[in-house]
Design a protein around this ligand. Structure first.
Ligand code: HEM
Length: 445
C-alpha cells in the first residue's frame, strides 16, 4: 500500500517503464547464473517450456502415469502437480481443506522470500478475495458479484461493441502489425477503462501494472522484489485517488461508483476495497488480452476451423468456449493443504503446496477428445477449467466471454481474416500464459 497520505487532487508521477519483462531480462543478463535450476523432469514451473511452447508432452506423460505427483527441490520448493480435470475439480470442491488464503501461501506457485520480515510482508499485502477462504471470501465476493449478473453484462454489451468496432476499424489492411499491441491491449484496457471509469489517457498503465503483478518468476529474481513493490504501491495509490474522487460524488454508472454505493461495501475497509478493485481491473486484464491474441493464433494454426467460423456465425458462442479452453490464459492456481488428506491415492500432508495445472486439465483426453486440436464445434468445450471451478470460479467469466464473442462477431462482420505473418513471441511465465507479440496481416475472406 502507498505509505503517504493521499488527497483527491494530489499530483503524483506514476512510472510507466521498465516493463516487468524488460526489468527481468536486464536482471537475467547480470544475474542469470544466480537463478536456481530446475532439474526434476516433471518440474513444470520452468518458464522456458511455456515461452517455447513445448509443455504439452510433459503434462501428457504426467496425466498418463501419475495425475497427482510430487516434485521436490525445485526453485519454488516442493509441490504437488495436479493435472487432470477430475483431480482439479476434486481439490477445488474442498476449499476448507485446500486453502487459497494468502496466510498459507496464496494462489500462485511462488512464495514470499523466506527471509522477509513478516511486518514487511503484511505491509506489502493488498487484500483480495481471490486469496481468502470462507467466510471472508463469501462476503466480499457477494459484494462485487451483482455487477456481473447476466442482466448487468447485457447492459455493457453496447459499449463493448462500439469500442471493438472502433479498434477494428482503425487497423491497416494488407500490412503487418502487432495484434497484441494494436488489438488485444487496446481493446482490453479500453474496455476496462470504460466499464470502471478509469481515466482514458492512463489506460496503458493497466497493462504495465498487471504485468508487474502477474509475473510470478520475478519472485526468483532477488533484488527486483523491491521495484515490484514500489510499482504496485503506485498502482494502489492511483486506485486510492480514484476511490476518493468517486466516494464524494453522486452515484454514476461505472463499476467503481456502483461498488462504492452498494450496501455491502459499507462493511469493507478502504484497503480491502482497493485490493478488490485491483483484483477486478488487473485480473480481467492480461487474461482477456491473452485470449484475444490466442484466438487469432489458434484460428491461424487450424485453418479448417477458421473456415467453419468464416462460413457460419452460429458457431461463435461455442468457438469462444473452445478458444478459452485451447488458450488457457492462466496456466495454474495454487492451493495449500490445511490438514493431512488422501488425494487419488497420494498422501497429502498439512502445509503441502498443490499446483492445479488448468493448462494440463484442458488437454485431458479423458474429457476432451483430440484435446491438442482446436475444434470450434466441440460439444463439451464448456467443460474447460480456464475459469477455475467451485467457490472461486472466475467472477468476470461472463464479461470476458462477452468481449470475446463481440470480437469474433465484429471480425466476421468485416470479413476479417487475421493471418500470423511474422513473429509470435510468447510470455515467459508459468502463471500468465499468452503472447507478448503477434505479428499479423489482415486479409478479406
Ligand atoms: C479469459 C479471461 C479470464 C480468465 C481465463 C480468468 C481466469 C480466472 C481464474 C482461473 C480464476 C481463479 C479460479 C479459481 O481459483 O478456481 C479467476 C478468478 C477471478 N477472476 Fe477471472 N479470468 C478472466 C477474466 C476476468 C475478468 C474480465 C474479470 C473482471 C473484470 C475477472 C475477475 C476475477 C475475480 C474477481 C476472481 C476471483 C474470484 C473468487 O476468488 O471468488 N476475471 N479468474
Amino acid at each position: 500500500m502507498a505509505t503517504q497520505p493521499i488527497t483527491a487532487n494530489q499530483a503524483f508521477t506514476y512510472r510507466r517503464s521498465p516493463s516487468a519483462t524488460e526489468a527481468f531480462e536486464a536482471w537475467l543478463k547480470e544475474h542469470g547464473q544466480e537463478l536456481p535450476k530446475h532439474t526434476h523432469p516433471w518440474d513444470v514451473s520452468r518458464s522456458d517450456i511455456y515461452v517455447e511452447d513445448r509443455w504439452q508432452p510433459i503434462f501428457a506423460e504426467m496425466r498418463a502415469k501419475a495425475p497427482v505427483n510430487k516434485v521436490t527441490g525445485t526453485p519454488y520448493g516442493d509441490y504437488w502437480n495436479v493435472t487432470t480435470v477430475q483431480a482439479i475439480q476434486h481439490v477445488e470442491a474442498l476449499p476448507d481443506l485446500y486453502s487459497s488464503s494468502w496466510e498459507h501461501g496464496g494462489i500462485t506457485i511462488g512464495d514470499p522470500p523466506e527471509d522477509i520480515d513478516p511486518a514487511k510482508l503484511e505491509e506489502r499485502r493488498l487484500p483480495m478475495f481471490i486469496a481468502m477462504d470462507r467466510p471472508h471470501h463469501t462476503g466480499q465476493r457477494r459484494t462485487v458479484a451483482p455487477a456481473f449478473t447476466p442482466g448487468e453484462i447485457e447492459k455493457m454489451a453496447a459499449e463493448v461493441r462500439m469500442r471493438t468496432q472502433a479498434v477494428l476499424d482503425s487497423l491497416p489492411w494488407g500490412e503487418q502489425f502487432d495484434w497484441v499491441d494494436k488489438v488485444s491491449i487496446e481493446l482490453t484496457t479500453g474496455m476496462l477503462a470504460i466499464l470502471f471509469g478509469f481515466p482514458w489517457e492512463d489506460r496503458r498503465l493497466l497493462t504495465f501494472w498487471s504485468d508487474w503483478a502477474g509475473d510470478v518468476e520475478l519472485g526468483l529474481a532477488r533484488g527486483l522484489e523491491d521495484t515490484r513493490f514500489e510499482i504496485l504501491s503506485e498502482m494502489a495509490h492511483y486506485f486510492q485517488r480514484l476511490w476518493m474522487e468517486r466516494v464524494g460524488a453522486p452515484p454514476s454508472r461505472d463499476l467503481i461508483s456502483m461498488m462504492i454505493h452498494s450496501e455491502a461495501m459499507q462493511h469493507m475497509s478502504p484497503q480491502e476495497f482497493m485490493g478488490n478493485l485491483v483484483l477486478l481491473i488487473v485480473g480481467g486484464n492480461d487474461t482477456t488480452r491473452n485470449t484475444m491474441s490466442g484466438i487469432v493464433h489458434a484460428l491461424d494454426t487450424f485453418p479448417d476451423q477458421r473456415e467453419i467460423f468464416e462460413n457460419d456465425t452460429s458457431v461463435i458462442p461455442n468457438a469462444v468456449q473452445e478458444c478459452i479452453r485451447y488458450v488457457t490464459p492462466l496456466a495454474h492456481m495454487r492451493r495449500t493443504a490445511l490438514h493431512d488428506a488422501e488425494l487419488f491415492g497420494q498422501e497429502i500432508k498439512a502445509g503441502d503446496k498443490l499446483v492445479l495445472w488448468y493448462i494440463s486439465a484442458n488437454r485431458d483426453e479423458a474429457v476432451f477428445k483430440d484435446a491438442d486440436k482446436l475444434i470450434v464445434t466441440r460439444e463439451n468445450a464448456r467443460r474447460h477449467l480456464s475459469f477455475g471451478y467451485g467457490i472461486h470460479r472466475c467472477v468476470g467469466a461472463r464479461l470476458a466471454e462477452l468481449q470475446l464473442k463481440i470480437l469474433l462477431e465484429e471480425m466476421h462482420e468485416r470479413r476479417m481474416r487475421v493471418r500470423v505473418t511474422g513473429k509470435a513471441e510468447r510470455v515467459r511465465a508459468n502463471f500468465v500464459h499468452g503472447f507478448r507479440k503477434l505479428e499479423t496481416t489482415l486479409e478479406k475472406f
